[in-house]
Design a protein around this ligand. Sequence first.
Ligand SMILES: Nc1ncnc2c1ncn2[C@@H]1O[C@H](COP(=O)(O)OP(=O)(O)OP(=O)(O)O)[C@@H](O)[C@H]1O
Length: 337
Amino acid sequence: MPPAIETQDLVKEYGELRALQGLSLTVEEGEFFGLLGPNGAGKTTFINTLVGLVRKSGGDVRVFGHDVEAEYQQARDAIGLAPQEFNVDRFFPIREVLMHKAGYHGIPKDEAERRADEVLKRVGIYDKRDERFDWLSGGMKRRLLLARALVTDPDLLILDEPTAGVDVQLRHDLWELVSELNEEGTTVLLTTHYIEEAERLCDRVAILNEGQKVTVATPDELKERGTDTISVALENPPSTPPSLGAYAHDAWLSGDALEVRVDDGGSTAPQLLNDLEAEGYDIVDLEITRTSLEEVFVDLTRHEDRSVTRSDERDGGGDEQPGTEREEDFLEQGGAV
Ligand SMILES: Nc1ncnc2c1ncn2[C@@H]1O[C@H](COP(=O)(O)OP(=O)(O)OP(=O)(O)O)[C@@H](O)[C@H]1O
């Protein structure tokens, strides 16, 4: 089986601006893959290239082995996209919106009805099936976008910031649902600004910056690239930090505690304690603070406009910009930019 997504030297230029600068990325079938990057890194452009909303300027893009332009329909039929913006037809009951989507992908009417009901139940808004999109709450709209992505039973589910501005309950519901889908075999590509989300869900993440791949790694591997801080509370703290071995990148005093920055707190702590005891210090307490993925991310994308949001800062306040076009209409009207 070819990879779910494979891009080679992908370039997208908007006039003078190179939004994607030779991006080569592979997402294997069955993976839960995260795309992280500051605002403007090129995440949405990358996704739009996969689904045919943006025409690439150069390079090769395949979805399950299908060239996204030469074999558009095969590639597109394999993808379910829940976009960042609410681009849903607001004049039809949502069940019809889903049936229309299924029909667009060649699914017969009876089957489309069955699937529409199934996905509405799965995302928890079946009781709203006869209501129009406009009448749904913000959280229900997010659920509907997911339902619409799922109605074609896609092998590749693409979620562009699915939890932007949603409440805690919905965020957890969405996490649970997409994890289930992934366990059932669906490949998932997720973009998010919420590091905790990537850490919790993704097998691997790619960090993009200015249209380029900074790194691809598992969340654990990324965290290992950061440093840890060992805080040792001392009975008899000195007035200046003692000299320590090469393992200590930095050391400073904070009240009665000596703080030492090291690569790996767990394996370095015994040596640090030995060294301090040998120098006559009495140790009262020890605490290791691990680098967060967020710190590693900020480090890797330094000097850029940052948009990392801690999960505890984000609740309340979505910034969705309602769209009006249906993706199908967009394509029918002449397609990609
Ligand atoms: N249709 C367009 N015309 C011109 N420039 C565009 C267009 N779409 C995106 N860009 C530019 O391309 C760059 C990448 O944008 P993109 O939306 O892909 O980034 P992103 O990583 O998804 O950002 P965010 O996290 O803010 O959603 C940005 O500089 C953006 O201004």
